[in-house]
Design a protein around this ligand. Structure first.
Ligand SMILES: Nc1ncnc2c1ncn2[C@@H]1O[C@H](COP(=O)(O)OP(=O)(O)OP(=O)(O)O)[C@@H](O)[C@H]1O
Ligand code: SF4
Ligand SMILES: [Mg+2]
Length: 376
């Protein structure tokens, strides 16, 4: 937990502030969120449920970045909101540093509120237009009653510097900044209390492509220098590849594959992962076998998902078993340790690209550049 002297510069914070133990920072087990659907007149009752997240299990280790990818509506944001306890789960558990917070009340959550922060997709909607940048960034300190030794204003100026903004612009309002600069303000707010975990939900999707790499680079800088663990939710597989050590692929409320990034990008075993990879432009990552797999049809409704494997209605490899038996998320034959796949008839493990993944050149160029670059 942050103490009352949270004034250390990001660069001087040890890489891993918490001694890494065998226990993951965050443990998610069989997590589910079903949103009830109400109907009927005059008495309204529950007539169904949107199974937004349905039995998700994964860990996040201290200081690591876990990418979460998948098509629109597959439950990524709902998962993120469950982790930060903006939502309460229908079933399953979220354990943070050994403490089950799945149904924790306000009082139990208070001490860890400062340790888990969220960065949102829309840098326009997530900042209060009537507050100055100074008071926006200072708000987590105010909420948690933290008074840094040099004062809150000094700390805010320091944070502005860390995220590559001009500390003199402390009294400006959000509308006086560009989209990329606003997202930097969101990052400054998120790191103000030196959290242990940040859930970043599509943090660069709303930004201009030319700005995306700069913000990703900034996030990578704070992740490395402050030892912050990230759950990085994104559509862009090239950016996720760049930012995350491990990646989980979601489909219709479930994780269908999870692995370290090289295993996942070089040897995708789930047909859905394979299809997602093949849809990425070759400039961003080298394409599996140079063939494009087009996913037919739409994602089915999460109100009545298909039986067995949820991907079966769009899978070119589906057989009878896929309709009757749900494939468990396990380490199947041919996978490296830690590479789990939920499929009865997985892709050939020799489906490996012969060349290295080619990252977006803009990301590569920014790799070692300081976080500044678009000072307000
Ligand atoms: N409060 C809610 N009430 C009812 N249904 C919801 C609610 N929030 C999300 N859903 C539904 O849950 C499913 C998952 O939504 P979620 O926002 O988690 O998806 P996502 O993967 O983040 O999508 P995107 O990539 O478009 O952001 C969707 O079908 C969505 O309509
Ligand atoms: S279990 Fe069957 S339907 Fe599902 S991904 Fe594997 S092959 Fe396709
Ligand atoms: Mg979302």
């Amino acid at each position: 937990m942050s103490d009352n002297n949270t004034t250390t510069k990001a660069a001087s914070v040890p890489q891993q502030r918490d001694a890494e133990t065998a226990t993951p920072l965050l443990q998610v087990k069989n997590l589910a969120k079903h949103f009830p659907i109400k109907g009927g007149f005059p008495i309204r009752r529950t007539v169904g449920a949107v199974q937004a997240v349905d039995g998700v299990t994964f860990d996040v280790n201290a200081g690591e970045s876990l990418g979460l990818v998948g098509e629109s509506g597959c439950g990524k944001s709902t998962t993120g909101r469950l982790l930060t306890r903006l939502l309460e789960p229908t079933a399953g558990s979220v354990t943070y540093r050994g403490q089950d917070i799945s149904h924790a009340g306000r009082k139990q959550l208070a001490p860890i509120r400062s340790e888990i922060q969220m960065i949102f997709q829309d840098p326009y909607a997530s900042l209060n237009p009537r507050q100055t940048v100074g008071s926006i960034i200072a708000s987590p300190m105010e909420i948690n009653g933290i008074n840094p030794s040099g004062g809150r204003e000094a700390r805010v100026r320091e944070l502005l510097e860390i995220v590559g903004l001009n500390p003199e612009h402390y009294n400006r309002f959000p509308h006086e900044f560009s989209g990329g600069q606003r997202q930097r303000i969101g990052v400054a707010r998120a790191i103000a209390l030196e959290p242990k975990l940040i859930i970043a939900d599509e943090p660069v999707s709303a930004l201009d492509v030319s700005i995306q790499a700069q913000v990703v680079n900034l996030l990578q800088k704070v992740q490395k220098e402050m030892g912050i663990a990230f759950v990085f939710i994104a559509h862009d597989l090239a950016i996720v590849r760049h930012f995350s050590q491990r990646v989980a692929v979601m489909y219709l409320g479930k994780i269908v594959e999870i692995a370290d990034r090289d295993s996942l990008y070089l040897r995708p075993r789930h047909p859905y992962t394979h299809a997602l990879m093949s849809a990425v432009p070759e400039a961003d990552i080298d394409v599996v076998k140079k063939e494009r797999i087009r996913l037919e049809g739409d994602v089915p409704s999460p109100i009545s998902p298909p039986s067995g494997c949820r991907f079966r209605t769009r899978c070119w490899k589906a057989q009878d078993k896929c309709a009757t038996e749900e494939p468990p998320l396990v380490q199947i034959s041919g996978n490296l340790p830690g590479h789990l796949t939920a499929c009865h008839f997985p892709e050939d493990p020799t489906t490996e690209r012969t060349q290295d993944i080619i990252l977006d050149p803009a990301l590569v160029a920014l790799e070692d550049e300081p976080a500044g670059g678009d000072k307000a």
